[in-house]
Design a protein around this ligand. Structure first.
Ligand code: CMP
Ligand code: CMP
Length: 328
């Protein structure tokens, strides 16, 4: 079937699908090959040049899009539509059925999750990132409420297109990464179903020799696992004068199966060190929201490792550099 230009306003377009029924399908039971197959109908929302440029910019770091081939990516971009958001607007309400996946164009948003009936703010999005994938991936009610804290705009992707492209692609990702994720010692506290959810949200990024992966002092929004290659971790001493005198010192190397970039997410501080690719490096990358949602059970192991970092820094610099002290 040829391209399908949705005659409906963006917000109504998703209503035409059959998937609004909600079933408690768990992560492992989903088989995309069994989805009904009039999947060829393409949704196209025409865009101005300005919109297309902004959309491309907003989507370039979206992890769920990282494993798509160019044709799939172009179908996703065609299907996305702009939605302007007012300050205070609820973009998603916890418990609702999932209609769209959203990529942030601009604006700030709070994430609230109800615990014993009381909503608690568990995180924020600041002018970048995406949300709303869980209800579409697992056919579950919305797991959080997203409230705009400023006027903004998001790009919506309807449920049908999301399932046809992203969820199908996730089945391929599971086949590729299930065994690797299963073999990682630091994830051993996770149940099998939780590990599969990790695979569903990760994206892959490839870095060329010498490329900077993390810059010391930057704000952090993601976590890395080395799939192949070698990563060099370097640190500058704190005072400017020291940094100029001493330059950056290599403090560690990470290889296949090892992780890095967790420290800033755990301590809520800027990146404590820099990371560079040595040769070509392929990393699995997870955003901070998924890290917090999925890796809680692995925190003990990670925290023990942070104690090792401190010992290592004392040996190198004569001080632990306050890396784990959130007030420093
Ligand atoms: P979904 O459940 O479809 O709708 C709410 C979205 O909030 C959810 O998908 C995630 O994309 C996002 N989110 C961010 N942090 C959390 C969290 N801690 N728990 C649940 N959802 C979260
Ligand atoms: P983060 O601070 O987020 O970014 C830099 C990463 O370097 C850090 O997380 C750790 O994962 C990693 N790292 C490796 N060795 C050390 C060390 N001794 N001190 C601090 N960070 C380290």
């Amino acid at each position: 079937m040829g391209p399908f230009v949705s005659p409906l306003p963006p917000a109504l377009a998703p209503v035409i699908n059959r998937f609004t029924r909600r079933a408690s399908v768990c992560a492992e039971a989903y088989n995309p090959d069994e989805e009904e197959d009039d999947m060829e109908s393409r949704v196209i929302h025409p865009k101005t040049d300005d919109q297309r440029n902004r959309l491309q910019e907003a989507c370039k770091d979206i992890l769920l899009f990282k494993n798509l081939d160019p044709e799939q990516m172009s179908q996703v971009l065609d299907a996305m539509f702009e939605k302007l958001i007012e300050g205070g607007e609820h973009v998603i309400d916890q418990g609702d059925d999932g209609d769209n996946f959203y990529v942030i164009d601009r604006g700030t948003y709070d994430i609230y999750v109800k615990c014993d009936g009381v909503g608690r703010c568990v995180g924020t999005y600041d002018n970048r990132g995406s949300f709303g994938e869980l209800a579409l991936m697992y056919n579950t009610p919305r797991a959080a409420t997203i409230i705009a804290t400023s006027p903004g705009a998001v790009w919506g992707l309807d449920r049908l297109t999301f399932r046809r492209i992203i969820v199908k692609n996730n089945a391929k990702k599971r086949r590729m990464y299930e065994n690797f994720i299963e073999s990682l010692p630091f994830l051993k506290s996770l149940e099998v179903s939780e590990r599969l959810k990790v695979v569903d949200v990760i994206g892959t990024k490839v870095y060329s020799d010498g490329e900077q992966i993390i810059a010391q002092g930057d704000m952090a929004d993601c976590f890395f696992i080395v799939e192949s290659g070698e990563v060099r971790i370097t640190m500058k001493r704190k005072s400017k004068q020291d940094a100029e005198e001493n330059g950056a010192v290599e403090i560690a190397r990470c290889f296949r199966g090892q992780y890095f970039g967790e420290l800033a997410l755990v301590t809520n501080k800027p990146r404590a060190a820099s990371a560079f690719a040595l040769g070509t490096v392929k990393c699995l990358v997870m955003d901070v929201q998924a890290f917090e949602r999925l890796l809680g059970p692995c925190m003990e192991i990670m925290k023990r490792n942070i104690a090792n970092y401190e010992e290592q820094l004392v040996a190198l610099f004569g001080t632990n550099m306050d890396i784990a002290d959130p007030s420093a």
